[in-house]
Design a protein around this ligand. Structure first.
Ligand code: FE2
Length: 382
């Protein structure tokens, strides 16, 4: 067996009410905390108040940066870093969906590494970072677990995927109660994102025995609970299972990477503003179909984790069942199924395909993709 490394945040705290521990956890790491969050949802849902109260109680001085838009830009990250410097913050607290948590990582990068954030598209942001506590309020991106962040270069219209050990949070604080307020379509889209992480990590060329454990557990949990969480927002057992599922998916893909679905969804976000989970959800069944022949054995395991009985089937039929199972799950979420609904036209496909081929995760796809095959997949979704 070849050597592999498996990295996780040093501290993962999971459970209902866990958000109340943020003050104590932050006080261990610093005394002046920059809270990085979105423009309104954490205020509306009360999660920001809960975090601020806990910080105050622990004697930590909070500085609020509630400016993060969805798909955070370089400018937003620079503004957050400037505020942290001005206020001499020594710890960062990210609170919200994937966007605020990714912005918090971008801020850590700027505060601890020299040069421009764009420099880190071609080199990892390794070495020491700074204390970062991440608290998700959606169940999907697992940014609180991973070594990745996605920051948008609005001038070039590119979503930059940056990675490195400095971006792994010091503490991941996962509280299922914070996810209950997610709107139905956000539950659906972020849940499909998490399923994509798990499936892509499982079939990735970088998969290891350790990432496989997490990927299969994630597929099992998400497969059994996604529709329950979408249909019954107050179902706490389903919410808890989804948050756990996306955490295991994060542990898997942070180490084994994602693959072609993510390569193809990034340009859809950067050029057409399609939400990350929605874009992945549309792409997942068709890209899985493309990969069928290259990962047949693994597809059988995925089908079993989704509760399908494929024991008696040939490898070919089992793989087809796997794709159908994921397709049905996607349809049940009620998410949009066509790119044309977002204004994507035939003439846009060449640029989309070019950008997807330039994405680093394309290299980890089990089946070699080229411009033509990627363009054909986009075409099938118009
Ligand atoms: Fe993702």
């Amino acid at each position: 067996m070849s050597t592999y490394i498996f990295q996780t945040p040093p501290r993962i705290i999971f459970g209902n009410g866990a958000v109340a521990q943020v003050g104590r956890e932050t006080a261990r790491l610093g005394s002046r905390a920059l809270i990085v969050t979105g423009k309104s949802s954490s205020t509306r849902t009360g999660s920001l108040e809960a975090v601020t109260a806990s910080l105050n109680e622990a004697g930590v001085h909070p500085v609020l940066f509630a400016e993060v838009e969805s798909d955070p830009s370089i400018q937003t990250v620079e503004a957050g870093a400037a505020l942290a410097r001005e206020n001499q913050c020594d710890v960062i607290v990210g609170l919200g969906g994937g966007s605020p948590l990714d912005a918090a990582k971008g801020i850590v990068l700027l505060l601890t590494h020299p040069g421009d954030i764009r420099d880190y598209t071609s080199q990892p942001a390794d070495g020491p970072g700074m204390p970062l506590i991440s608290i998700p309020t959606t169940a999907g991106t697992a940014s609180e677990i991973t070594r990745f962040t996605v920051i948008t270069d609005t001038e070039q219209k590119i979503k930059m995927s940056l990675q490195g050990t400095a971006l792994i949070p010091s503490v991941a604080l996962l509280d299922p109660q914070l996810t209950v307020t997610m709107p139905q379509h956000v539950t659906a889209a972020t849940g499909m994102d998490a399923l994509t992480h798990a499936i892509e990590a499982y079939i990735s060329k970088l998969a290891t025995p350790m990432s496989d454990l997490h990927a299969l557990e994630a597929i099992r949990l998400i497969g059994a609970n996604l529709i329950k969480a979408v249909d019954s927002p107050d179902n706490m057992a389903a919410r808890e299972a989804m948050l756990r599922g996306q955490m295991h998916a994060g542990l898997a893909f942070s180490n084994a990477s994602v693959a072609l679905v993510h390569s193809m969804s990034r340009p859809l976000g950067a050029l057409f503003g399609i939400a990350h989970g929605q874009a992945n959800a549309m792409l997942l069944p068709v890209v899985m179909d493309f990969n069928r022949s290259a990962a047949a054995d693994r597809y059988r395991h995925i089908a079993e984790a989704l509760g399908e009985n494929v024991q008696e089937l040939s490898a070919r039929d089992a793989a087809k069942t796997t794709v159908l199972s994921v397709e049905e799950l996607f349809e049940e979420t009620g998410l949009e199924q066509h790119l044309s609904a977002y204004g994507v036209q035939e003439k846009d496909i060449a640029r989309l395909a070019k950008d997807a081929m330039e994405s680093a995760s394309t290299a980890f796809n089990p089946r070699k993709a080229d411009l033509e095959s990627v363009a054909a997949i986009y075409h099938s979704l118009l």
